[in-house]
Design a protein around this ligand. Sequence first.
Ligand code: CA2
Length: 144
Amino acid sequence: MKTILILNGPNLNLLGKRQPHIYGHETLEDVERLCAAACDEGFEVRLEQSNHEGRIIDWIHEARETTCGIVINPGAFTHTSVAIMDALNTYEPPVIEVHISQVHKREAFRHHSYVSLRADGVIAGFGLDGYAAGVRRICRLASA
Ligand code: CA2
């Protein structure tokens, strides 16, 4: 089995529990289910979430040996974290950046992403469908 890592940053543990007008009613468990359903045969997903930047960086390092791609919603670290970008730059397989909301329609500080300087694809404003699209893209790239 090839493993795709689905990484989620700060506050995304509250998905479906707060601010449904922005982030919807579905939870991270729903994200995991949608991603698993989007996998081609021979692929599996592993979903992680942390509110701590260093934990996310450790998962990226570990993923170098064990995964064929990363779908990452870095949360607010998107806009601040050179360290997560640096970690992703040490990771060779495809990286897809996902945002549930359409960040470019929101505050100006959400328009810049350090992670986009590394990501092979960026999806914003597709709700949870963006995660599934990211998984499908990685299956395609990892099979090519
Ligand atoms: O749209 C996205 O997915 C974001 O990455 C979400 C981040 C935000 O800082 C980015 O600019 C865009 C915030 C995640 C907060 O997640 C929550 C989910 C439910 C309830 C409260 C927060």
